[in-house]
Design a protein. Structure first.
Length: 152
């Protein structure tokens, strides 16, 4: 369920808040191949289904950076900030890939607001997004995202 904040200032009161989880998203081979085509990362562990069956993961796996890119798909499903003129991605503080995502896996996002500070015209918020893979003990990705939301 998406948590809705009335305005950017409300984020400052929400440090420590848990967000999500989101609905599950299937990471299929078509998505992996599309990411490989766009980025030029066509390493066999991602796109060669036959060879990957004999490899260390028993099949193809999503790119770590594809998993990271999907953090941006999860964020608006985790939270929405009303009363803004705009929101921008400001960067990342830390990214880790503790586990891999086999083709056909389902993943979802879970978040926690870890910081929120005023900036000129708005609030800068850090949200730790954890990408969980269904049935896995470890997360596939943990990323501390930094966004800025500007008041109207």
């Amino acid at each position: 369920m998406t948590r809705v904040f009335a305005n950017p200032a409300a984020l400052r009161e929400a440090v420590g808040a848990e967000l999500g989880p989101t609905e599950w998203l299937t990471v299929d081979q078509e998505r992996i191949n599309g990411f490989a085509a766009v980025t030029g990362d066509d390493q066999w562990i991602h796109v060669d289904v036959e060879r990957a069956r004999q490899g260390p993961f028993g099949g193809t796996i999503a790119h770590g950076y594809l998993t990271l890119a999907l953090v941006n798909w999860f964020l608006p499903r985790l939270m929405r900030v009303d009363g803004t003129s705009m929101g921008v991605n400001y960067g990342l503080e830390r990214v880790r890939f503790p586990d891999y995502v086999p083709a056909g896996s389902r993943i979802r996002g879970r978040g926690q607001i870890t910081a929120a500070e005023p900036v000129q015209g708005g609030v800068q918020v850090t949200v730790r997004v954890t990408v969980e893979r269904e049935g896995a003990a470890k997360p596939a990705c943990v990323a501390d995202t930094v966004s800025r939301f500007f008041s109207r």
